[in-house]
Design a protein around this ligand. Sequence first.
Ligand SMILES: C[S@@+](CC[C@H](N)C(=O)[O-])C[C@H]1O[C@@H](n2cnc3c(N)ncnc32)[C@H](O)[C@@H]1O
Length: 252
Amino acid sequence: MNAEARWDSFDPVAYVRKNYRTVLPVDAEIMAIVRAHFSDHFRRLPGLRVRGIDVGAGANLYPSFMMLPWCDEITLLDRARPNLHYLQQQLGTHDHGWDAFWRELCPDDAYATLPGGPWERLREVARVEQGDLRALVDRPEQWQLGTMFFVAESLSTAAEEFHEGVGCFLRSLEPGAPFAAAFMEHSEGCWVGETFFPACDVSEFDIRGSIEQFAEHLVIYRVGEPGEVRPGYTCMILACGFRRAGSSRTRG
Ligand SMILES: C[S@@+](CC[C@H](N)C(=O)[O-])C[C@H]1O[C@@H](n2cnc3c(N)ncnc32)[C@H](O)[C@@H]1O
């Protein structure tokens, strides 16, 4: 169960070193797809600025970077204290490794011409917040743009928690909100520093089945090469779409 994992032993520095030391081809592929998804949508709504959320932000800044040009507020939600500390620290003295991720987004002018660049903008709009994603649906507010990267399958080994995680993320978004969510297919869990974090073994079919009731114009991509990031998963899955209007936000 999610509550049993040792989230407060999560080592963000080890996690970044292992996963985001450089921009892997799969990261570049994901960023190109999501950049186009968000940019195509917001280009039709000039001047609109919305509230975005990165659910289970952990020690990964590129989902927030992808939302930056379109947001006047971005909630970075996570339950693990060390990750919240890492995120807060990045808003001060950031790790220059992330600049290479930002450059991947800059072929699109909305990113390249962002006034002040990514760090000034991130400091203005980011709100680092401790919380459980499963409580999002009990809050009065909803978000108009959302990302959730490698979180739902990492909550625990339980399939019910995977589906609940996906549902809570999507139900926290307003109807019509664009979203991007990434998953490790058939993950066997992973070591972060000295701590093992289990995962739920999900297939592309499971992922699609979990998302489609809450989404419209859903496109699922299989990205990267098997084992590109680490052994113990088959493929990365990226899901892009829009929150479906009319599907319930309440539980059950
Ligand atoms: C595998 S990491 C993914 C981190 C990051 N999104 C990325 O793309 O690398 C899973 C993240 O989910 C967070 N998490 C686990 N359970 C959570 C919960 N119930 N609510 C919110 N965040 C949670 C963990 O603290 C961790 O940061």
